[in-house]
Design a protein around this ligand. Structure first.
Ligand SMILES: CC(C)(COP(=O)(O)OP(=O)(O)OC[C@H]1O[C@@H](n2cnc3c(N)ncnc32)[C@H](O)[C@@H]1OP(=O)(O)O)[C@@H](O)C(=O)NCCC(=O)NCCS
Length: 230
């Protein structure tokens, strides 16, 4: 099932739904365009994501065109903590680390077509992640967000100070600013999270959103299919 949303100011019509195999080529193409220096997921990776946790894999389409993509898994957060890397938490991109005993929805990837950003697509994806977290009775969403503007400041300050300045509003970073706007708390910088990310110089900001409806006395629930996101 799918949900359709229209943005107010841009008039675009797009919908969020779960990933299917027919989307693979466009998802990989989008990731290659967004991250020319970072290896994109391969088809066999996406296949494994769908096998482990199909409800956590989202795409946003506008007609036949994929304009956004996001992948998530459930992890045992105590196994990772501040010093984890993208490779360790995602099982080198395979999501073999997905574990339904976990209480943490981990955001492994999100990207939106550069030609259509700031139209609310990222917000739609984050809404869908929060809804999934609530519906599964998970405690929280954790992610490590890139700091793509950091390379412009690296000769002036540490990545930690850069992130702090983004939090207190003196520097604009399109990823961390967006994530804070989505209600995430900043928890510190991870050095060497994704070494191939040249813009962030390998750094990432650890962020968390706590599910206000989490009930520790209830188990993790089977993920529902995508429903309407408005
Ligand atoms: C981070 C990312 C996913 C956000 O996607 P997006 O679709 O641009 O997100 P949104 O449109 O919901 O919000 C982005 C900004 O546009 C603003 N916006 C949303 N709709 C708007 C509209 N109709 N008119 C004006 N502004 C709007 C939002 O308020 C937000 O502002 P902020 O940056 O000050 O917080 C996108 O920038 C991206 O793909 N970046 C590259 C990949 C990447 O680094 N991903 C993160 C991996 S950790």
């Amino acid at each position: 099932m799918s949900g359709v949303i229209k943005t107010g100011s841009t008039g675009l019509s797009f919908r969020l739904r779960n990933l299917t195999e027919a989307d693979f080529d466009q998802v990989i193409d989008l990731q290659k365009r967004v991250y020319p220096d970072i290896p994109a997921f391969r088809g066999d990776h996406l296949q494994q994501h769908m096998r482990h946790f199909p409800q956590g894999q989202f795409v946003v389409d506008e007609g036949d065109r994929i304009i956004g993509t996001a992948s998530s898994l459930v992890v045992l957060w105590d196994d990772y903590g501040l010093n984890h890397t993208w490779k360790s938490v995602t099982g080198e991109g395979t999501f073999s680390t997905h574990n339904m005993q976990g209480r943490t929805l981990y955001g492994a990837e999100v990207c939106v077509d550069p030609s259509i950003r700031k139209s609310g697509i990222g917000h739609l994806i984050y809404q869908a992640r929060r809804r999934l977290c609530r519906e599964m009775n998970l405690k929280r969403i954790i992610a490590a967000g890139r700091l793509p503007g950091y390379h412009n400041y690296a000769n002036q300050m540490s990545a930690e100070l850069y992130a702090q300045k983004v939090v207190w509003g003196d520097i604009y970073d399109p990823v961390l600013r967006f994530q804070i706007g989505e209600g995430f708390q900043y928890c510190g910088v991870i050095d060497g999270y994704l070494p191939t990310d040249a813009d962030s110089l390998g750094n990432a900001a650890l962020i968390v959103w706590l599910n206000p409806r989490y009930n520790p006395n209830k188990p993790t629930l089977t993920p529902p299919d995508i429903r309407s996101f408005r």
